[in-house]
Design a protein. Sequence first.
Length: 354
Amino acid sequence: MTPRPGTGLRPFSIKTKLGTLVVVSVFITTGLLMVALRTETELRFITVFSVIASMLITQFVAHGLTAPLDEMNTVARSISHGDYTRRVSGTGRRDELGDLAVTINRMAEDLEAVDRHRKELVANVSHELRTPIAALRAVLENVVDGVSAADPETMRTALKQTERLGGLVETLLDLSRLDNGVVPLRARRFEVWPYLSGILKEAGLAAGRRRLASGSGNAARADVHLHLDVFPPELTAHADAERLHQVVANLIDNAVKHSPPHGRVTVRARRGDLQGSLVLEVLDEGPGIPEAERHRVFERFNRGSATGGDGGTGLGLAIARWAVGLHGGDIGVAESSRGCRIRVTLPGVPKAAG
């Protein structure tokens, strides 16, 4: 039977080293005693020589054992103070201390990842809550200032944003389960045209309200025309509507930010190659994404060289990639003759499961 890792006597284990130390000390003492008997050397000199030799060997072995322990103690103290970047260097040892060094480094990496994900969670939530809060505030300010009447349509818009806030708050627990891979998907089948039409309407209303709320506003952002292209018109999809809303809303927001004045943003939906799959594309007429940056565009906090300092957090595309990944889909930058084209592919489910 093969022993489990960490059990038994290994060739370079600490037990072996200590046993070797005892054997070497005994051999040295025995050898010196035999020399004393043959040369008639006094026993006291032999004793002194044996003690000195044993101490030197013991000191050499002890230094090899205590030096990495001191380093591990330093690293552990740094970890306890919140510094997860320190690592133990003695991972190449072939004994228990080497195993301990590897374990400490893995623990530091895990804690660093947990701390990073915690910060990313706060950033994600802040980013997602900002848009509906700003839109709701703009609606209420317009009503209070008399710019808009408190008619049912305006109240429905405010209610929609309030419901959006409630849904985002509910995702907090889902995001906390992200690392464990147990984020639930409430997938259902829905018609793509009215669904995307509602998202584009929300984006257009939000842009208009931001312009009214800020006075003159930024015409380059508010005058962007949003266009929807769905074929066939009766196209349906099977996905989590809330998660997909995160994807489309963030892609539209990103496209609008990088569109020229009076530019055009197109949201296109088509059937995918696989049964039940859906292909979504968001196209703009902006400067596009340089090919050298396309592999990094979905990284968190990456705003690229083409952002122009718009003040964004660089989280929108990262959130879109996360939501698409939950569906088992793909997202990437597709080739385009003009501007930028982001393509999302969702696998869907077989019709029998829909």
